[in-house]
Design a binder for this molecule. Sequence first.
Ligand code: PMP
Length: 416
Amino acid sequence: MTALDIQRIRADFPILKREVHGRPLVYFDNAATTQKPQAVIDALVEYYSTYNANIHRGIHALAEEATARYEATRQSVADFIGAPSADCIVFTRNTTESINLVAHAWGRKNLQPGDEIVLSAMEHHSDIVPWQLLAQATGARLRVLGIDDEGRLLSDDIERLIGEKTKLVAVTQMSNVLGTINPVEQIAELAHQQGALMLVDAAQSIPHMPVDVQALGADFVVFSAHKMLGPTGVGVLYAPRDLLEEMDPFLTGGEMIRRVTYEDSSWNDVPWKFEAGTPNIGDVCAFSASLDYLSDLGMENVRAHEIDLVTVAMRRLSQIEGVTIYGPRNPEDRGGVVAFNLDDVHPHDLATVLDQHGVAIRAGHHCAQPLMGRLDVVATARASFYVYNSEEELDALVEGIEAAARLFRAPVPTRA
Ligand code: PMP
């Protein structure tokens, strides 16, 4: 059983004390965003009440303190993901912006007509649309790795589609719908054998399992603070320093320059070359507290806890008549996400009934419309778990689904 003390963890999250529609809140929408522990909330308050200042430019105590705390978070991020140094870490607004940064700053410089970008059938829109626009702008072409009926990447496609025309492979490490954990290390190796680069969308993996970016062998790794107990408005792009140095700037203006004349400009060192304008200082500083919180729990323990929850959730959901669960059957092969449908009940209706039971889940296409097409559904319901969720909370989920089944699937009385 899990090494996490769930009751102690829950006490750290003030929002978990609230009720929704008169029921205790059961928050199962963690793949969308996670709740924040008091330590993160306190860190934000501390920033605004004791050392709020703009960074890198002020010659006064507050500016120096804010700069030191902002840069210390960069080091904490590097340590958390096993990056060789803090200058491999670029702060953005979110995963989406990190991917757009790579598409613009690396992609526009390096892609030519006929080149190929390989994605997978389970990518989030943020790992599709930037590549689509890049392909349109450069004459490159998208190729898509298919999945089997359990939502695992087809190994034949991996061998077949990653070839000499491939310039970039961009694949999620953990699907936000199916939960599938993809073999990104092997895919990165294959990409490198073909001279291509590898981007790993780690938005759902870094918050939920131990990830060492150097062991992954990926060239770009992207994720968001808000999905790992941190504030909204902070994303990360990891890339080796020499790769960042070769890339063109993305957003331009203040802070990212070394020297500006009306004729020409030159760029700041990396990573600051990619951080134009005043960054999200308070939120970056508070992100540090969430990294400390997760490190104290231990990412192995976080992963083990989610495997336990998913095992029970899948068993209990599959006992409800009419429920279809998507993704790998083995809980060890998936993250803390269970997407499902209830026959004859639209997921939005299901989510509305669950909300009445205090249970927050997500219903819709989960920003993965092409995947919905492959699953042959328009939408699914999705329960996604995190460190403060307990097995007891699954009772409310099951009760809510059964209530929805009674409400929407009751036989229509026929006239005599
Ligand atoms: N990729 C995946 C796999 C995701 O789950 C998400 C968020 N749902 C994103 C990318 C985008 O993250 P953000 O909205 O923080 O940019």
